[in-house]
Design a protein around this ligand. Structure first.
Ligand SMILES: NC(=O)c1ccc[n+]([C@@H]2O[C@H](COP(=O)([O-])OP(=O)(O)OC[C@H]3O[C@@H](n4cnc5c(N)ncnc54)[C@H](O)[C@@H]3O)[C@@H](O)[C@H]2O)c1
Length: 509
């Protein structure tokens, strides 16, 4: 297979120009074509402006900028692509139009030329089916903005020959990107792995566990994510994320893990799309999110007995240790004294379930989320049952905010907020591995680079949090709700059973 020195880029929109930029910067000649010739002119002008800025910032020399620009050759016809080694298609997201383009290209390019599609949602196998030689049709899925999003998915269709994907992997590295390899399945890796956060965030909000901004604050301040689900959906816009949620759910034949929420259907219909319309889950003023003030911390009662339920060993140990740090020695009797605040620490269960199971006084019971650790400064999350009274809720709030750590108080929920969303994200990633869509290493790379999730990717995060604990959370959620969306992936279950890392593949392939 020959080296890739000249590429064609079809479609000079947001993605096409980004792909042209990184290729030209890597010394590759780019033949740029668009059905609208003015789009090619606009793309070249935009690239020139980008490179001028890079020269100003001394990130490239004027000669390099000029050479890069000269490498982007405008084409007035597809016939100008006759000598290219690869065509990357970044045109409109329609199967019939992409099929037509590929059919035309087959008559123009040489027999070894790779035909790649940047599609986000169409099947590579379906696009290839229109071609005389489907073996050379491969997915090459970049993310927007291409120069900053340093990951690209290389997708093998059912009839792709692996040598073409291998060549795209090597080219990606040459362009400074991290390539990951995926099978042709809906959402590939990144858009599949991203299901957990938004969909579980929406389900949590739909159950009235907490307002949108509190769910986001917990995902940032407790679980360590850069953004919560509602901030993310406001950034992307519901006009984009809602149809993707519906499409992936349908493509996986109503997989309960991907069941979308009517919340986004209603808000999309109402034009509450996010930042782009000035109002989404948040309102925006001059492009800035209007932030809700933090709930005030109530006064701590002068005397407060606290009893920590011993039912969950890790949770009990973490909660008792924190209480001691806060200057409170928990009461150690087997049963809670009649005047004590009762702290429970469930994984995946709600407060009501623990109250019922252990015959506790629901009015005095508050759940503390210990899953992520309880270091000072990290957001703490308290959860009330429907029976918890304001007096005991406020006492717990004041107590756990005593060292100045932020505290969120939420309504009853199987898996609080952070547990359920993070366990769902890890479970979805485990199932991507179980389905052989990508290797564990590529799943972690793709999701941490493509979505910016913490912990080196969801499988590594699962190992760090304790995969057995993640499994406990999912089992607790499934028992409490009966909802099959919380059934654990066999990948997760088996690796816990065998004491293996979530990143380990089977010893024998
Ligand atoms: N924008 C994103 O965030 C993103 C991310 C990943 C993948 N993608 C995918 O990349 C592709 C392009 O997306 P975009 O955001 O750059 O779109 P865009 O609308 O910005 O640009 C598409 C360009 O393709 C041109 N075009 C349409 N039909 C054509 C044809 N038959 N031949 C040549 N040019 C044609 C249009 O004139 C337009 O300039 C789509 O498949 C999309 O799903 C987009």
């Amino acid at each position: 297979m020959r080296d890739i020195d000249i590429i064609g880029v079809a479609g000079a929109g947001a993605m096409g120009r980004g792909i042209a930029q990184i290729a030209a910067q890597a010394g590759i000649t780019v033949r740029l074509f668009d059905v609208q010739p003015e789009a090619v002119t606009a793309a070249r002008e935009a690239l020139q402006a980008v490179w001028n800025r890079l020269v100003e910032k001394q990130r490239m020399t004027a000669d390099e900028a000029q050479a890069s620009l000269e490498r982007v050759v405008p084409c007035s016809s597809l016939n100008d692509m006759a000598d290219v080694d690869l065509v990357v298609e970044a045109i409109v997201e329609r199967l019939d139009i992409k099929e037509e383009l590929f059919r035309k290209l087959e008559d123009i390019v040489g027999p070894d030329c790779i035909l790649a599609s940047n599609t986000s949602s169409l099947s590579i196998t379906a696009i290839a089916a229109a071609c005389k030689n489907p073996a050379r049709v491969v997915g090459y899925h970049f993310f927007n903005p291409v120069p900053l999003m340093k990951v690209v998915e290389v997708i093998d269709g059912a009839r792709s020959h692996p040598q073409y994907g291998d060549a795209l992997m090597a080219l990606a590295r040459r362009m400074g990107h991290t390539p990951v390899r995926a099978k042709d399945m809906p959402g590939f890796i990144v858009n599949h792995g991203g299901r957990g956060m938004n969909i579980e965030g929406l389900k949590t909000a739909q159950e009235c566990v907490a307002p949108f901004h509190v769910i986001d604050a917990i995902m940032r301040g407790q679980a360590g994510f850069r953004m919560g689900p509602f901030e993310l959906m406001d950034l992307t816009g519901l006009d984009v994320s809602h149809p993707v949620m519906e499409s992936i759910y349908q493509q996986f034949y109503d997989e309960p893990r991907f069941r979308p929420s009517p919340i986004t259907a209603v808000r999309t219909a109402g034009g509450l799309l996010g930042r782009k319309t000035g109002e989404g889950f948040y309102r925006y003023q001059d492009g800035q999110k209007i932030v809700e003030p933090e709930a005030a911390v109530p006064a701590l009662p002068e005397t407060l007995n606290v009893w920590v339920a011993p039912y969950h060993s890790t949770g009990h140990r973490r909660a008792a240790a924190l209480l001691r740090e806060l200057g409170v020695e928990p009461v150690t009797s087997d049963e809670p004294p009649h005047d004590a605040l009762i702290i429970v620490t469930p994984y995946g269960e709600d407060t009501a379930t623990v109250v019922a199971q252990y015959q506790l006084d629901g009015r005095r019971t508050v759940a503390l989320d210990t899953f992520f650790g309880l270091e000072a400064g990290k957001r703490r999350v308290l959860m009330c049952s429907a029976a918890t009274t304001a007096q005991w809720r406020d006492a717990a709030h004041a107590l756990f905010a005593r060292d100045g750590s932020p505290v969120s108080v939420i309504a009853d929920s199987a898996g609080f907020v952070g547990q359920r969303i993070v366990a769902t994200i890890i479970n979805v990633a485990c199932d991507i591995a179980q389905q052989g869509i990508a290797t564990p290493e590529d799943i972690d790379q793709a999701i941490s680079l493509g979505l910016g999730y913490p912990g080196g990717g969801p499988l590594s995060l699962g190992d760090a949090l304790g995969s057995a604990h993640v499994l406990d959370v999912l089992r607790g959620m499934l028992r409490t709700t009966g909802d099959m969306r919380y059934r654990s992936s066999l990948w997760l279950q088996r690796r816990v059973q065998l004491g293996m890392s979530l990143r380990s593949e089977a010893a024998v392939a």
